[in-house]
Write a protein that binds this ligand. Structure first.
Ligand code: VAH
Length: 312
């Protein structure tokens, strides 16, 4: 079986659906500190706190998972409000899983990193896999430390842990919680709901993003890849598609001509965004596990708006 921790979040919700489809509902156990809003027949949920090591161990002993996805985390903007809590959850949650995975011999682990591992001295454009990394948000610092730990556990204990440095992820099924890239989702919801949006990032702030369908497909593809093909056990860069608020507004206007975007200055998320790359390179993911992006900005905007109109 597979256990997804932090399964009620933006990525967990859709990854759980995809994994249930691939392996069958009874093979996928979702877990979170909050109860899920809806649980369909045949879906198994177990409450768990990733900071409760004994609780995790007994959950794993009961279900004997072969794969674990650890998605419980505090994102960049919330992390700046509660740095201690973010460090504690992001670090100790990961350490608990790494230790129990080694102890119980769990076959494969997935843990997400982020482009937030880069910082002001990293190259801003086409940021390579290996370069100076000086993250200055507590979220980025915790992700970089987590990457080092993952590689360490792989080298030292042979743990098969796999990871992606996700760009900002855009989706319509579940709202994100507390990130800097959240504007690129809110803008769609507000465009449909009110026809306008006040953006908390400036119009020229370019950031790497990715549509959820691509993000889920990448995750499953990486988890399916033969271990011997993987040359990176810290975390793989994934480029996605880079754009600015101005560019996304223009794309939305093509479909919703009356849409209007305005900009609010002085939001603390701007400083976080300024410290991140504008675009990144993903040659290792392409080479090691044949990664290929499907959704560009235009395809993403079309699909978001269609889905929000019909299902939102
Ligand atoms: C955040 N969405 O904004 C996350 C993220 C690349 C960004 O990891 O905090």
């Amino acid at each position: 079986t597979i256990i997804i921790l932090g399964a009620n979040g933006q990525i967990g919700t859709e990854l759980a659906q995809a994994l249930r489809k691939k392996f069958g509902s009874l093979q996928v156990i979702t877990s979170d500190i909050r109860e899920p809003q809806i649980l369909s027949e045949n879906e198994i949920f177990e409450p768990a706190d990733v900071l409760d090591k004994d609780g995790l161990r007994s959950l794993f002993l009961r279900h004997k998972p072969t794969q674990i996805y650890l998605l419980a985390a505090i994102l960049s903007a919330t992390g700046e409000q509660y740095p201690q809590k973010a460090w504690d959850l992001n670090m100790n949650g990961l350490l608990n899983i790494l230790d129990i995975a080694v102890e119980l011999g769990i076959k494969k682990i997935f843990w997400p990193s982020s482009i937030a591992v880069f910082g002001p001295h990293s190259p801003k454009k086409d940021t390579p896999q290996y370069c100076i990394m000086d993250p200055n948000s507590i979220y980025g610092i915790s992700k970089l430390a987590g990457e080092r730990l993952s590689e360490y556990y792989h080298n030292k204990h042979g743990l098969d842990i796999r990871s992606i440095r996700y760009p900002g992820i855009i989706s319509w099924k579940t709202q994100p919680g507390g990130g800097t890239t959240d504007y690129a989702i809110h803008v769609f919801f507000e465009a449909i709901r009110t026809g306008k949006y006040e953006c908390f990032l400036s119009e020229d702030t370019a950031l790497p993003m990715m549509y959820m369908e691509d993000a889920v497909r990448a995750t499953i593809q990486l988890m399916d890849a033969p271990a011997e093909n993987l040359t990176i056990r810290s975390s793989y860069n994934l480029a996605g598609v880079s754009f600015t608020p101005r560019e996304i507004a223009k794309e939305i206007k093509k479909i919703l001509p009356n849409f209007e975007m305005s900009y609010k200055e002085g939001d603390p998320r701007q400083a976080i965004a300024n410290s991140w790359p504008q675009s990144i390179e993903d040659d290792y993911a392409r080479k090691d596990w044949n990664w290929e992006l499907e959704f560009d900005l235009e395809a993403m905007a079309k699909d978001m708006i269609n889905n929000l109109k019909t299902n939102g």
